[in-house]
Design a protein around this ligand. Structure first.
Ligand SMILES: Nc1ncnc2c1ncn2[C@@H]1O[C@H](COP(=O)(O)OP(=O)(O)OP(=O)(O)O)[C@@H](O)[C@H]1O
Length: 742
């Protein structure tokens, strides 16, 4: 939602909120908003008032048809509710006559200042009059695309693009109102390619941040729009420095795909978002509902995988780095394959099949059984179907004997033979029944079995890291780790292929292991992959997007795109954080900050041997003061240190001072909806990824670096969360990598 600039500038015809009566254009825009609001109310009423017939015969088809209709209606009613703070439109296009409406249908053709124009209002959803006339067009519609892409170089038949500014708070009628507008001539004599952004877009980019993430639908930029509207058939991978809008693009892409490809996605199993942790999902959770999409699954990877193994007992302790690193490595796929198939083989001891029916006995000689089995072993690609095929082939051989003796066996007989004891005996010998749990249990507890399956793929050290120190006695008693669930999933796929479904948007994808990517890849036809290699903090993170796409199985139909314009971090702060880049990912470009605000970067040495509560308090109060007491503040320290900081802030005189300033502290991860209800949030460094705060205090960078193998990457994440101000507090010397570049 754009906020109104206080003094809109040329080439706009902007009108300030204080003088609405004198500007007929503004009055007309307000009238259009009222008309749209009234029409939306009618649309909502239509849905609510339509009766759904009551069908009580549970279990019948008509009962379920009826139920789905009822749900769809409830959903539609929810979508059509007018939200007090979400304007019904945010822009307008005046196009050449005939560009949108054809001769017969010119309901949207109006008289502009220089003659007739085709006029469209662009908003978050379609709104129409009862007679069908469109008052607002959904931003996702094809005709709305020029709003995002047209410019003097390629006007796309647009004459003028108008952007609207709105009041921040609802007025007396309970809703926000139009307070300003700004016109950009796109074609014609007045159109000139302007450098930078219009005032309303600038105001939106510069606005102080508070609370959870908001949509950017009014100000999506052309390069972002290309990604948002990319076809469903391609997997796109977006590499971008912190704050370049990757998450925003991913979320708007979901909304777009649900509009443009709704029925195809519904048929293919839908669309879901995979985020790095639950705090992040909380942070983004309002964006899609604001765009009218209330039913999109938003999950972390562990939550997603856990859904497939709801009854498996989970390990309580975290695994060692060396163990999770091997378990996440792509080589594990080959190890698991060998482990699973190691029991399959046709030995000389395989005997004949002798099947008895009544007084008759049908015999398939041992050499023929061995030949059949060897043929199936050679051609099978998956374990379970291969086993079934062998049973059927053996049964078929028996059936041929029955026919030779004048019988007329049918399919049912063949199935009965395939399930019979003589055939099962051969199966158990040649192709034993296996579950993923049995195979993994043995692999992680039996050093000999592991060594055989590992072949040359894993070193002795890596095999040692995999073996349980204290093996579980039985499969049933195992407590599986998160990494184990991914291995079980891979085994499950080797046993029997799962059908692929819909589309996944994977955020912070740089942190996923090869095995996790494989698990995601087999669950979707295509994906949108978002991330930043420089922000990779897991020990098993990928080092290139090419390998991420390969593990995902994205194949040829994929594309890697880089975003370089930063919407979050001011230039001074990004320049400081980017000093780390040569040590992290030297080939990545430093982002170009789009923010004009200078951005307060302050580096403060603590007076004593450790950063005190008073020093954190003063840093927060100063940021708050400079930010006009409006934005959010995040205090980031290592997971261990942040508890101490929180306890200090939360008690005694520090707490009173913070309460007085309206900055009662909350702890991210502990306090429910901390990002929504508290302006000051203590953030464990491990949860900072993807978040942003108006002001940020980073406590003791050197300790963040020392806390984990990829501590430098973690520090880069922490330093790039600030929209307006960053204060770095340190008692220890700053990490050498942060020294100024010459
Ligand atoms: N076109 C835009 N107009 C206005 N604001 C934008 C635009 N694109 C992105 N932003 C804002 O920039 C900020 C950063 O966006 P986002 O969180 O999507 O970046 P990111 O690349 O995912 O960052 P990170 O790598 O840190 O996760 C957000 O506040 C977002 O709303």
């Amino acid at each position: 939602m754009p906020s109104a600039p206080s003094t809109p500038s040329a080439p706009s015809n902007a009108a300030a909120a204080s003088e609405p009566a004198v500007d007929p254009e503004l009055a007309a825009e307000r009238a259009h908003l009222r008309a749209a609001r009234a029409a939306l109310e009618l649309m909502h009423g239509d849905v609510v008032d339509t009766e759904t017939p009551l069908i009580v015969n549970a279990g019948t088809d008509s009962y379920w048809d009826n139920k789905f209709f009822q749900w769809a209606r409830e959903h539609r009613a929810e979508v059509l509710l007018d939200q007090p703070k979400i304007p019904l439109f945010f822009g307008r296009l005046d196009c050449e006559p005939g560009a949108v409406f054809d001769g017969a249908d010119h309901a949207g053709r109006v008289l502009g200042p220089d003659g007739e124009v085709d006029r469209l209002y662009i908003g978050r959803r379609h709104i129409r009059e009862p007679d069908g006339a469109q008052l607002v067009i959904d931003w996702r519609a094809r005709v709305a695309m020029p709003f995002y892409r047209a410019g003097p170089a390629d006007p796309q038949r647009v004459l003028v693009r108008r952007r609207h500014g709105f009041s921040h708070e609802p007025g007396p009628d309970g809703f926000v109102d139009v307070t300003a507008y700004e016109d950009e001539p796109v074609s014609g004599a007045q159109a000139t390619a302007t450098e930078g952004f219009s005032d309303l877009v600038t105001a939106e980019i510069e606005r102080p941040r508070s609370g959870p993430m908001r949509d950017i639908v009014a100000t999506i930029q052309p390069d972002q729009d290309v990604l948002v509207r990319a076809p469903l058939d391609t997997t796109i991978c977006v590499q971008g420095a912190p704050g370049t809008g990757k998450t925003a693009v991913g979320l708007h892409r979901v909304a777009y795909l649900l509009y443009a490809e709704r029925s195809r996605l519904a048929r293919d199993g839908g669309i879901a978002i995979i985020g790095p942790n639950r705090s992040f999902l909380q942070y983004i959770r309002h964006v899609l509902p604001a765009l009218g999409e209330v039913f999109v699954q938003q999950l972390t990877f562990p939550d997603l995988i856990r859904r497939y193994y709801p009854d498996h007992a989970l390990a309580v302790h975290e695994e060692e780095t060396a163990t999770v690193t091997v378990k996440g490595d792509a080589r594990m796929a080959a190890v698991l394959r060998r482990a699973l198939w190691s029991g399959v083989g046709v030995g000389d001891d395989v005997e004949a099949v002798v099947y008895s029916k009544g007084a008759s006995r049908f015999r398939v000689p041992d050499y023929e059984v061995r030949e059949i089995a060897a043929g199936v072993v050679e051609t099978a690609t998956r374990y379970a179907p291969g086993r079934t095929t062998l049973a059927q082939r053996l049964a078929h051989a028996v059936l041929l004997r029955m026919e030779q003796r004048g019988g007329t066996p049918d399919d049912r007989t063949q199935n009965a033979v395939a399930r019979s004891a003589p055939v099962r005996r051969i199966l158990n010998q040649v192709w034993p029944q296996r579950t993923p749990e049995q195979v993994l249990h043995r692999l992680l507890s039996d050093a000999g079995f592991l060594a055989e399956a590992a072949g040359d793929d894993l070193t002795a050290e890596e095999q040692k890291a995999l073996l349980w120190r204290k093996p579980y006695r039985s499969v049933k008693s195992v407590r599986w780790s998160e990494a184990d669930l991914v291995l079980l999933d891979e085994l499950g796929e080797l046993l029997e292929r799962e059908p692929r479904r819909g589309h996944l948007v994977v955020d912070e994808a740089q942190d996923l292991s090869a095995m996790q990517l494989r698990a995601l890849g087999r669950r979707c036809r295509t994906a949108t992959v978002l991330g930043d290699l420089a922000q990779a903090t897991t020990p098993y993170a990928s080092t290139s997007w090419q390998s991420v796409l390969a593990e995902l199985g994205a194949g040829e139909a994929s594309e890697i795109v880089e975003l370089t314009r930063g919407f979050r971090v001011p230039a001074a702060i990004i320049e400081f954080a980017a000093r780390l880049l040569p040590s992290l990912q030297p080939d990545l470009a430093e982002p170009v900050s789009l923010r004009r605000a200078a951005g307060g970067l302050r580096i403060t040495a603590a007076a004593g041997s450790e950063v005190t509560a008073e020093e954190v308090l003063q840093a927060c109060l100063r940021i708050d003061e400079e930010g006009g007491h409006a934005g959010s503040i995040g205090v980031i320290a290592t997971d261990a240190e942040i508890r101490r900081v929180f306890d200090l802030l939360h008690s005694g005189p520090t707490r009173s001072a913070l309460d007085k300033a309206g900055l009662t502290p909350a702890m991210l991860g502990d306090t429910e909806n901390a990002l929504e209800h508290f302006r000051l949030v203590c953030v464990p460094a491990s949860l900072a990824k993807g978040l942003e705060f108006d002001g940020v205090v980073v406590v003791e960078p050197a300790t963040i670096v020392d806390a984990e193998p990829r501590g430098l990457n973690r520090l880069y994440v922490a330093l790039t969360r600030a929209v307006s101000a960053l204060t770095v507090l340190h008692a220890r010397p700053l990490p050498a990598e942060l020294a100024a570049r010459s």
